[in-house]
Ligand binder design. Structure first.
Ligand code: 5GP
Ligand code: ZN
Length: 113
C-alpha cells in the first residue's frame, strides 16, 4: 500500500519515533508548527475519520490517551496543549492515514492558529 505513514510504521522511511507499542506509534512532525509537534497514529491503516469502524473505538481512545501521556512526559500537560485530527480536503488532511496532532509549548488561539 502506498501510504506514507504505513511506510514509517514499517521502517521503510525514517522518522523520529517518540513512542511505540503494539497498536500505536508516535513521531515528530517533519514540519513542526509548535515547539512540540508530534503525530500519534494507529498501526492499523484507517484512511480518514470517516472510515473508523465500531471495532476501532478503543484504538481511537488509545490515541487520545497516548497524547495526554506524551504531554505529561514532556512537561506541558498542565500548561495546556492542543490535539487536532483533520478530515478530508476541507478539514486540511494531507496524509490519508488517520493521525492525531499533539501540539505543545506555545499559546494557541481559537478559532485560528
Ligand atoms: P494532516 O495535514 O494530514 O493533518 O497532517 C499531516 C502531517 O504530516 C503534516 O503536519 C506534515 O508536516 C506531516 N508529514 C508529512 N510528511 C511527513 C514525513 O515524511 N515525516 C513526518 N515525520 N511527518 C510528515
Ligand atoms: Zn497507512
Amino acid at each position: 500500500m502506498d501510504c506514507l505513514f504505513c511506510k514509517i510504521i514499517n521502517r521503510e522511511i525514517p522518522a523520529d519515533i517518540v513512542f511505540e507499542d503494539d497498536e500505536i506509534i508516535a513521531f515528530n512532525d517533519i514540519s513542526p508548527t509548535a515547539p512540540t509537534h508530534q503525530l500519534i497514529i494507529p498501526k492499523k491503516h484507517v484512511a480518514t475519520l470517516n472510515d473508523i469502524d465500531e471495532e476501532d473505538l478503543a484504538l481511537i481512545g488509545r490515541l487520545q490517551f497516548t497524547a495526554a501521556r506524551l504531554a505529561k512526559q514532556q512537561g506541558f500537560a498542565e500548561d495546556g496543549y492542543r490535539v487536532v485530527m483533520n478530515c478530508n480536503e476541507k478539514g486540511g488532511q494531507t496524509v490519508y492515514h488517520i493521525h492525531m496532532h499533539l501540539l505543545g509549548g506555545r499559546q494557541f488561539t481559537w478559532p485560528a492558529g
